[in-house]
Design a protein around this ligand. Structure first.
Ligand code: NAP
Length: 384
């Protein structure tokens, strides 16, 4: 494992050979050709270009795309200078859940949790594949997930995203103390991405963003994100942080082939317009897109009651799974990999949950192939 000092950063060359800011095109055709060995200018930094390819600017965000049209394995988070992998690892159900209340989703939504050894293997496999961004939250298992992350990642080269608050009825004023408690459980002095978990009528967005900005200025947080924010709430948060000179890095929302609401509700477009990365949670629809569950063979935990196993939801699941099965066979990949790849090629950052090493390895391989435009269209049609 590499030391933490290198986390998320590339060596910075002394002289930048190219500026990568080439407009607001969302398609590779709007990008700019670069030769290997050169570098792109992003904010105040230069980043080396790993191979010949294009620079794509999406709402001011930078992505590298190879000559084959394949997205590089990493991207910049929003308009920050935090370099992140194109796929993360969701660890909501990791840790010892014994102390968590029975209603806590991390304890009961997904059935039995995996063992410490299985979670360690999932982490090692992910890091080996370059997936070094872990997503957790203070609420998951009443701190159990963060505690497990701290135990497994101490001294490793990982990026940690976590979330405030610790409870549904928390007040904004508890943010500094909650952050300190998270840092203690995570066993590190700084959180790479600190996110507001959900909008709350008890907490004003402007107050929260000011507290976040204070935490950034205090060196305890590197990038600020939100989660489950609507397009309007996203604009409010973005404007409040801008007044402090800090970019809003991300909005984490549910997004998958079975849950495409970020498209009609304007969240995806607003993210692109503001240069905010959309982080897709439940990208495998809680396991439904792996193909291993059906109406007759539902998963363990509360997720078995999901609408995807009933009525119209079931009809869509069966249609999408049939398309995933066909594409998986053509590419010699798994259905999970096709479902995740669809998100990667929509330029969002998916954070699939993995309970074990084999699941983590399976998911990480979504970074290693490309779906053709016609195949993306087939998935769009099946999931509409
Ligand atoms: P998910 O990623 O759609 O599904 C994860 C589940 O699918 C795993 O627990 C596992 O369960 C199964 N699975 C994963 N990879 C697999 C593979 N390759 N092959 C077969 N089965 C596989 O849903 P999620 O875990 O709820 O979401 C991911 C992350 O998003 C969470 O860990 C959390 O960090 C975040 N999240 C955020 C929010 C929020 O409000 N911000 C809400 C929910 C989640 P089984 O093996 O038991 O089937």
């Amino acid at each position: 494992m590499v030391s933490r000092s290198g986390t998320g950063r590339s060596p910075v060359p002394s002289k930048c050979a190219h500026s990568g800011r080439s407009g607001n095109s969302r398609r590779p055709t709007g990008g700019r050709s670069l030769a290997a060995g050169l570098s792109v200018m992003l904010g105040a930094r230069c980043w080396p270009v790993p191979a010949a390819g294009l620079v794509v600017c999406c709402g001011g965000m930078i992505e590298l795309v190879s000559d084959e049209g394949r997205a590089a394995a990493w991207m910049m988070l929003g308009r920050t200078d935090l370099r992140v992998p194109r796929l993360g690892l969701g660890v909501m159900v990791w840790g010892d859940m014994a102390a968590a209340p029975r209603w806590n989703p991390a304890r009961n939504a997904y059935g039995p949790t995996s063992s410490l050894d299985e979670q360690r293997e999932a982490l090692e496999v992910s890091l080996a594949a370059g997936v070094n961004l872990l997503d957790t939250a203070a609420m998951y298992g009443k701190g159990a997930s963060e505690r497990r992350v701290g135990e497994l990642t101490e001294g490793n080269d990982v990026l940690i995203a976590t979330k405030f608050p610790a409870g549904f009825f928390s007040r904004a004023a508890s943010l500094p103390a909650t952050l300190e408690a998270s840092l203690a459980r995570l066993r590190r002095p700084v959180v790479d991405l600190y996110q507001i978990h959900f909008p709350s009528r008890w907490m004003s967005i402007a107050t929260l963003m000011n507290l976040m900005a204070d935490a950034v200025e205090a060196g305890k947080v590197r990038a600020v994100g939100v989660s489950n924010y609507s397009a309007a709430q996203l604009r409010t948060a973005h404007a409040a942080l801008s007044r402090r000179g800090i970019p809003l890095a991300s909005n984490q929302v549910q997004y998958s082939l079975l849950h495409r609401q970020p498209e009609p509700n304007g969240v995806l477009d607003t993210c692109r317009e503001l240069g905010v990365t959309l982080i897709a949670y439940m990208p495998l629809a809680s396991g439904a897109l792996t193909g291993k569950y059906t109406a007759a063979n539902r998963p363990a935990g509360w997720r078995r009651y999901s609408s995807v196993y009933r009525g119209n939801g079931l009809a869509t699941l069966e249609r999408v799974n049939a398309t995933l099965r066909d594409l998986a066979a053509q590419h010699d990949k798994t259905r999970s990999q096709i479902a995740l790849r669809w998100l990667v090629q929509r330029h969002v950052l998916a954070i699939p949950g993995a309970k074990t090493g084999p699941q983590a390895a399976d998911n990480a391989a979504a970074l290693s192939f490309v779906l053709a435009e016609s195949e993306m269209d087939a998935l769009n049609t099946a999931s509409s």
